[in-house]
Design a protein around this ligand. Structure first.
Ligand code: BTN
Length: 255
């Protein structure tokens, strides 16, 4: 069960690196083990970006031994994003959307990032370490300064506290709801009809649903209209001829 065993640190380099080392070095590590830090000195984001992690945020990594075929690995990402969106909404009433594949946004600003490190053995996932960073009660100016300014390539950032006009959010309470939601969704893996339910829930939160997907920034070639995601993590797009195509989400962006 996720959250049953939590390794808590006041300060560390990166919960993600520590959790990956645990998963690599201990074949008996408990499924659902969490590494949580109050502050990270070397937080890791996607595309080798730094993840600035001052005190006040939620910085954690979860070790999963999901016994899943590698093609189903994207489900872990869906479920994590969905569980965190729901936890934030329950706790704050702020509407969360998913900017596929790994960002949670509120009012078009990024509040949470998700990263996954996966090892495959044979034809199944040996472990997945899913890292989640949520800007809960952090000062956005401090993060932007540490990054040397707002990123030009990714969404502008926010925190729950800024979205709530300075009101702090109880992180322990948020984490508790997140663990409840994520455990509930993980239990549904294996039941095909419940996975369909998860996909539909995440599709409803997908930023850009119904909008036109274009192939890349330079030639702006329209592919079609975004209608959802499939269980392998690709975006589903309805083309102008009515056919439905699967588009690897990393290669696309929204008009
Ligand atoms: C992204 O680039 O959007 C993903 C960011 C993931 C950050 C989290 S914070 C906890 C965990 N430890 C890390 O070093 N990174 C992830």
């Amino acid at each position: 069960m996720i959250g049953q065993k939590i390794h808590y640190y006041k300060r560390m380099q990166s919960t993600q690196d520590v959790a990956v080392t645990m998963a690599e070095s201990d074949p008996c590590v408990l499924n659902g083990t969490v590494v949580l830090a109050e502050k990270q000195d070397n937080g890791r984001g996607m595309q080798n970006r730094k993840w600035i992690s001052p005190p006040g945020g939620l910085w954690l990594s979860i070790i999963l031994k999901p016994n899943l075929h590698p093609t189903k690995g994207a489900l872990i990402n869906f479920i994590t994003a969905l569980a965190m969106c729901e936890a934030i909404e329950i706790k704050t009433c702020l509407k969360c959307m998913v900017k596929w594949p790994n960002d949670i946004i509120i009012n078009r600003r990024k509040v949470c990032g998700i990263i996954m490190d996966t090892a495959i053995k044979g034809d199944s996932i040996y472990y997945s370490v899913v890292g989640i960073g949520v800007n809960v009660n952090v000062d956005i100016k401090t993060i932007v300064q540490a990054l040397g300014g707002e990123s030009k390539t990714s969404a502008p950032i926010t925190s729950l506290k800024s979205e709530l006009s300075g009101r702090s959010v109880n992180r322990r309470g948020l984490l508790k709801i997140f663990f409840e939601r994520i455990n509930c969704y993980f239990n549904s893996i294996g039941h095909e009809n419940e996975i369909v339910g998860v996909l539909s829930r995440i599709s409803h939160r997908l930023e850009g649903m119904g909008k036109t997907i274009i192939s890349d920034q330079t030639n702006s070639h329209a592919i079609g209209q975004l209608i959802g995601i499939c269980s392998e993590g690709s975006l589903l797009v309805r083309r102008s001829d009515g056919l439905i195509s699967k588009i690897p989400s990393q290669l696309t962006y929204l008009q």
